[in-house]
Design a protein around this ligand. Sequence first.
Ligand code: FEO
Length: 404
Amino acid sequence: MKAYSISDSIYAVHADIETTDLFEGIWPIPQGVSLNSYVVTGEKIALIDLFRDWSDASGQVEKALVSVGLNFGSIDYLILNHLEPDHTGWLREFRERNPRAEILATAKGINLVKSFFHIDQGLRVVRDGDTLDLGHGKILTFFETPNIHWPETMVTWEPLSGTVFSCDAFGSFGALGDRIFDDQFTPEELAFFEKETLRYYANIVSSFSNFVERGIQKLAGLPIKVVAPSHGMIWRKKPQAIIDRYLRYASYAKGPAEKEIAVIWGSMYGNTKQGLDAVIRGIESQGVPYSLHRVPDENVSWVLADAYKSAGLVLAMPTYEYAMFPPMAYVLDIFRRKHIYGKTVLRIGSWGWVGGAKKEYEAAIEGLKWTSHDALEWAGAPGAEDLAALEEAGKKLAQAIKEG
Ligand code: FEO
């Protein structure tokens, strides 16, 4: 790993993480994730954000520091925008390597330094608008941006280069390799990262969408030239593109979202699937784009991403032991936690000897502000009348999404 120059004396030093571990212990990252730190050098040297020591992140970042004549011992100030351990897990080791560096964070952040790492010396609380003069004209300003992603979060602003170091905000899943700037990737690679940005947003940030909007409003007066998050690429060619993308994602939490339908289904013996095929014929007749997600085969991380961005949902599940198909119950629980609000929804499903999914389903979606089309349920295998009704229901849902 090498350091990448953002501007005069400002460098990105990142670690690419390739792991079978789950991000936050929940979300798969088969294409990895980057943990980005940044160095700002004046007379004094600041390191912005740290990392968890996955995939030898400390070795990767150390090599990058050495490539510009620095090491962990050179750091005068360690700025922690956010205390989640993906950005701080190596803090005790850092402290052992560098006992003198002052650690800066918001008041809530400093409390977390104490509770997570039992470090209580060399700490400085920074408040909204506070500055840190590094000398040689490098002055950092801190802006509190709570709940992007935890309550203690802030961003760091460097005005000479116009760089906002935004930590989780404007981040993405996906390892970077040997390129780090938005203008270095091909259109295909940018499309990959766009999907991974949506998945990251839906998995990690969606519950805090009101705060994303407030945070972006707060930064609106800054002449931002570079967006430097601590996951994913650095935006120097089109910084507004990632800001606008995050604003669009934040708006999905209020609904409506994109004119698409996420079809989420589970089937035990193929009877619900037969009914679903008819619904899909109805959707296709209207030309509305849709995505297909079978549960539990597909991890909820991807289900969540497409459900979050789609205005319409089809939920197809059999009754299972007088209640919902259990993998769908899990999906709906995640939807509630992640604010999958304001969707237009069609539920269908087969039952064996008696129904029962309805009652549990209605309790599960309470408070999600969904517009429900009439559910269709049938006993055993769907007959010709059932299939005709299901196709019509798919058509009506697609029309509603198109017109919505
Ligand atoms: Fe990348 Fe909320 O930590």
